[in-house]
Structures are given as structure tokens and as C-alpha cells.
Design a protein around this ligand. Structure first.
Ligand code: SAM
Length: 273
């Protein structure tokens, strides 16, 4: 890249859009450490969501076989033309990735890793999309707000544990691999971030994913209510039936949804197939 990123953004007259979570990474060591944490190498294909000014894209492109980057903001095109110039293994698609049909996308790609620095509002829908629909995703390594990272990796019966955590357990295990201070972004956001790595292929065993999803959403539909109450409301069953199902699964009658492990959700989902 011929100049530093702030100069290029200025010269292109780029205006940051806060609503799109545009806080770009400028720190070279951080860029390198994200790619290393993702565990991707020379034979790998990477999907990047939200390439911004292309700093992570460029670092990825120097270390993997191919990068396909999605970016919703077309006004970044002149910036990316400069920051990604000279790369022949990188394609930028100007589209909202949340509107992309993942099954269609996967028809045209081999197994791929997702690596991204995600805006807040995209995190949960993107992760759900991958958990529910991806068949060729080999791994996921994302930078998210620290508070969100804690939720994604939370253990059962802790305050951060929620439906998204239990849904991730269907397909993957995840861990925080790096905390990242706000000072390493431009412009500087109001919160710190963390890099979360998901390892696919070692999720909890379930016979029916739709039944699992429904039971998880039922359990968290009202955190102030007991699991029994939530089951009654969501499934329209009697209190006696809900109590009997919980007993059959060895779950205490007054348990709350957030105390159940993914394995217990799997067991419960068997009863509601
Ligand atoms: N990857 C760059 C980096 O690390 O410096 C940019 C990260 S910035 C936090 C997030 C980027 O995602 C922004 O450029 C924003 O325009 C883009 N974005 C937001 N929502 C998107 C969506 N639904 N699909 C694709 N890109 C999106």
C-alpha cells in the first residue's frame, strides 16, 4: 500500500458512517495477530464480511489462497481500489452480506473460513446465519465488542449466557483469543473489543435442529419466568405436562432456562420433536 490508511481515506474524501459500525483497524500487529488466530494458511479460502478500507483484507490476501470480501458501503470503492491494488487473489463484492443467500454462495466456493471485524448489529444475525445454514464453513474468527464476546463464549448459569450461546453450541465451540483496546481503531469507538474463534464440527448432538432452536428460544423467551412457565406459554401445553417432561429429563422443576447446558437443551428438544 503506497500510503497509510488515514491519508488514503482523507484523499478519497471518505465520510465515516457510524450506523455501519465503521471503525477500521490500522494497527499492523493486530491485523497480523487476527489472521494468525484464525489459523488460515496458503491453501485456504477466506470470506471476509465488511472489509471497510481493506486493511484486514490485505493482510489476509498476503497469507491465504483467495479472499472474497463483502462490503455494504459502495462509497469505499475508491479507497479499496488503492488499498487492494496489485492483489490478484482478492474479490470485493459490494452487497449487504445479511441479504446473501448462503446456500447459493456455497455453490460457487470450496470450504472456507470466515474472518471479520464485525459491526455490532451484524454479529448475531451473521453468526446465526452461519450456524443454521453454512455447510462449507470450516471456521470463524471474528472481532466483536468485548461485551458481545463474553456472551458468545458464556457458560450455562452465568449472567452472559443466552440463546445465542446455546445456538452456537449446536455447531461449534468458541473462545476469546485476544482482548483488543479501543485505541487500536480509527475512528476510536466507545468500547473495547475481543477476537473470538469458533471451531466448527464439535457441537452438541441433536436429532432435530429446528426442535432444539425452538426449545432454546422458549427457555429464554422470558428470563424472569421458570423454564416450566416458558414451556407452557410457548408450546401451549399444560403445567402438568411441562413438569412431567422436565422430570423425565432430570431437570429440577423450578429451573430457569439459563441454567440449562446445551446437552440438556438437546435432551429436552427430543421431547418436543
Ligand atoms: N474489516 C475492516 C477493518 O477491520 O478495518 C472494517 C471493519 S468495520 C468494523 C465493519 C465494516 O462492515 C464497515 O466497513 C461496514 O460498512 C461493513 N458492513 C456493515 N454491515 C455490513 C453488511 N451487512 N454486509 C457487509 N458489510 C457490512
Amino acid at each position: 500500500m503506497e500510503k497509510d490508511i488515514k491519508t488514503i481515506l482523507g484523499e478519497c474524501g471518505f465520510g465515516f458512517k457510524k450506523q455501519l459500525g465503521q471503525n477500521f483497524i490500522t494497527d499492523k500487529n493486530l491485523l497480523a495477530s487476527i489472521v494468525t488466530a484464525a489459523g488460515v494458511g496458503a491453501d485456504d479460502t477466506v470470506l471476509e464480511i465488511g472489509c471497510g478500507a481493506g486493511t484486514l483484507t490485505r493482510e489476509l490476501a498476503s497469507r491465504v489462497k483467495k479472499v472474497t470480501a463483502f462490503e455494504v458501503d459502495k462509497s469505499l470503492q475508491p479507497v479499496l481500489c488503492r488499498t487492494l491494488s496489485g492483489l490478484d487473489n482478492t474479490e470485493v463484492v459490494f452487497r449487504d452480506f445479511l441479504k446473501v443467500d448462503l446456500k447459493e454462495f456455497e455453490k460457487h466456493t470450496e470450504g472456507y473460513f470466515v474472518v471479520a471485524n464485525l459491526p455490532y448489529y451484524v454479529t448475531t444475525p451473521l453468526i446465526m446465519k452461519l450456524i443454521e445454514d453454512a455447510e462449507k464453513c470450516l471456521g470463524l474468527c471474528v472481532m466483536v465488542q468485548e461485551e458481545v464476546a463474553l456472551r458468545l463464549c458464556a457458560k450455562a448459569a452465568t449472567p452472559d449466557y443466552g440463546a445465542i450461546t446455546a445456538m452456537i453450541a449446536l455447531r461449534a465451540r468458541c473462545e476469546i483469543v485476544k482482548r483488543v483496546p479501543r485505541t487500536l481503531f480509527y475512528p476510536r469507538p466507545n468500547v473495547d473489543s475481543a477476537v473470538v474463534k469458533f471451531t466448527f464440527g464439535n457441537g452438541v448432538e441433536v436429532a432435530d435442529r429446528a426442535a432444539y432452536k425452538k426449545v432454546v428460544h422458549a427457555a429464554f423467551s422470558s428470563r424472569r419466568k421458570t423454564l416450566e412457565n416458558n414451556l407452557v406459554n410457548v408450546y401451549g401445553i399444560s403445567r402438568e405436562r411441562a413438569a412431567a417432561v422436565l422430570e423425565e429429563c432430570g431437570i429440577p422443576p423450578k429451573a430457569r432456562g439459563e441454567t440449562l447446558t446445551p446437552a440438556q437443551f438437546a435432551l429436552l428438544s427430543e421431547k418436543f420433536k
